[in-house]
Design a protein. Structure first.
Lengths: 393, 112
């Protein structure tokens, strides 16, 4: 039976991991993801899971152990944040290029420096080219649901790639929300048995993994890797549909919130989407045609579907919770690229907010919609790129 | 792996750069990496096989031969340039070369 529980985002992730019962978890705790591994190690100590918990000496070792365990033929999970994932950097690429279906929870936190422990997306956006699938979560329920779907996506035989489930540090990871925790057996049925592909422990069929790959083959391997992650757009939708049938919550590649006739649209990712929905509802009450497009799948990026969803918009504000120093925000560049092929392009501009956990308040979002209204009336965008919520003009 | 020198398309490759067949390096040409080529002077070679011991590519091909006394022994037949990377270890380790009187094996510039 499913239960309604009051639980933190980290607690929900740990519960999903308990239900999934992976063969190996290798992790090194880091704020704000610490509670994930803390709770899970309690489950291991209490015998609620049969997982081999490997307590390593660094995140580089954590990801290395995950890759080794996955190559051996196990279902493998880990969790980290910020500088922890930065220390995994080299191994992130190895996991993806070796096509190991590792599932990692990334509790988004600002990268140093100056050192900061609060939410922004500099960690995951920096890792966008590592070859991992990235799923983002608005709230505790979506974080839990994403983690339940993640092994199915990662282990799909057309994909076979690592998946990163992202949720905002503290805002989601440490906030208690009520949510549905599904039945253990139902989750296990949904996930199914792990099917290893060329496992190293299959001693009757020895293989070589991680061999030198030079000018004559490297680019062919990269081409195949790109094909695999592009297939994920189809597979994520399929598994999301199956999830909706099993558990009743419908996700898809992104969420179109009151978009049908929306003229002014905010594109946002992770927890801020919840606040934007509140403001959209309030402005809709006043008759304003506003809406939200909430990104869920950032890698691979569903350009065609998002282009279609934004084709009726007049002006689009893209909110980035990370800064690509010297360039536009990473989400903005994707959205503007997606819109370029429309014959009637909406105006589109970029606002960076919330770095290092700076609060994004309801009146900040109201101000964004007021600004976009002004731009729409003037039929021009004054500032394509700007920071919001920063002291000083 | 397919036969020598036939490169696979990206769709044909095993997942993740895995190599599924043991001993596939035999079919993989590393000779193209060479900038210098070993030249073996058979007339000065004592067939001590030091080069064969040191060669990282197992590029020294042996044959059955006989000592002057008539006892059977292995002798160098040729250098397999399909695998030889031209590292020059054989030249450095050759005991005949070390004596300094004669050169049993040396590196020469590859002609392109």
């Amino acid at each position: 039976m499913s239960r309604t529980v009051a639980i933190t985002g980290n607690g929900a992730i740990a519960e999903a991991m308990r239900q999934i019962n992976p063969d190996v978890v290798a992790a090194f705790p880091i704020t704000p993801s610490t509670q994930v591994v803390e709770d899970f190690s309690q489950f291991v100590a209490d015998g609620l899971v049969s997982t081999e918990l490997v307590t390593v000496e660094s995140e580089h070792s954590a990801m290395s152990a995950c890759i080794g365990a996955a190559a051996a033929g196990g279902r493998v999970m880990t969790a980290t944040s910020s500088c922890g994932m930065a220390l995994m950097w080299e191994m992130l690429y190895v996991a993806a290029s070796q096509r190991q279906p590792v599932v990692m929870t990334l509790v988004n936190r600002a990268l140093s420096g100056p050192i900061n422990i609060h939410a922004d997306h500099s960690d995951s956006m920096g890792a966008r080219d590592a070859g991992w699938l990235q799923l983002y979560s608005e709230d505790n329920q979506e974080a839990y649901d994403n983690l339940v779907m993640a092994p199915r996506i990662a282990e799909h035989l057309d994909i076979r790639l690592p998946v990163m489930v992202c949720l905002d540090g503290f805002i989601i990871s440490h906030a208690v929300q009520t949510m549905k925790l599904e039945d253990d057996e139902a989750v296990r049925r949904f996930i199914g048995k792990f099917i290893p592909v060329y496992p190293l422990l299959d001693c009757a069929h020895p293989v070589t993994i991680g061999a030198l790959d030079l000018q004559d083959y490297y680019i062919e391997h990269k081409r195949a890797q790109h094909q695999a992650i592009m297939s994920a757009k189809r597979v994520v939708q399929e598994i999301s549909d199956e999830f909706a049938k099993s558990f009743g919550r419908n996700y898809g590649l992104f969420e179109a919130y009151r978009l049908e006739d929306a003229e002014r649209v905010i594109v946002a990712i992770n927890s801020v989407a919840g606040e934007v929905k509140e403001v959209v509802d309030a402005l809709r009450e006043k008759g304003e045609k506003v809406g939200l497009l909430k990104i869920r799948l950032f890698r691979p990026f569903p350009y065609e579907q998002i282009r279609e969803a934004l084709s009726g918009a007049k002006i689009v504000t893209v909110l980035d919770r990370s800064c690509s120093f010297g360039a536009y925000g990473p989400l903005f560049t994707e959205i503007r690229t997606a819109l370029y092929d429309l014959p009637q392009k909406p105006m589109v501009y970029n606002r960076v907010y919330g770095l290092g956990g700076r609060d994004m308040l309801m009146n900040d979002i109201e101000a964004i919609f007021a600004e976009s209204k002004q731009y729409q009336q003037n039929e021009t965008v004054d500032k394509v790129f700007d920071f919001i919520g920063v002291r000083g003009d | 792996m397919k036969a020598k020198n036939v490169l696979m398309n990206w769709q044909e490759l095993p997942i993740g750069g895995f190599i599924l067949d043991a001993g596939s390096s035999v079919d993989y040409e590393t000779g193209t990496w060479r900038t210098m080529k070993p030249v073996w002077h058979k007339e000065y070679c004592t067939n001590c096989l030091t080069c064969w011991v040191f060669c990282p590519e197992d590029a020294f091909v042996l044959k059955e031969g006989r000592r002057p006394s008539g006892k059977p022994r292995s002798e160098i037949q040729e250098i397999n340039l399909f695998h030889c990377k031209g590292c020059g270890l054989c030249v450095r380790e050759c005991p005949v070369n070390k004596k300094g009187q004669k050169t049993a094996i040396e590196l020469a510039t590859e002609k392109i």
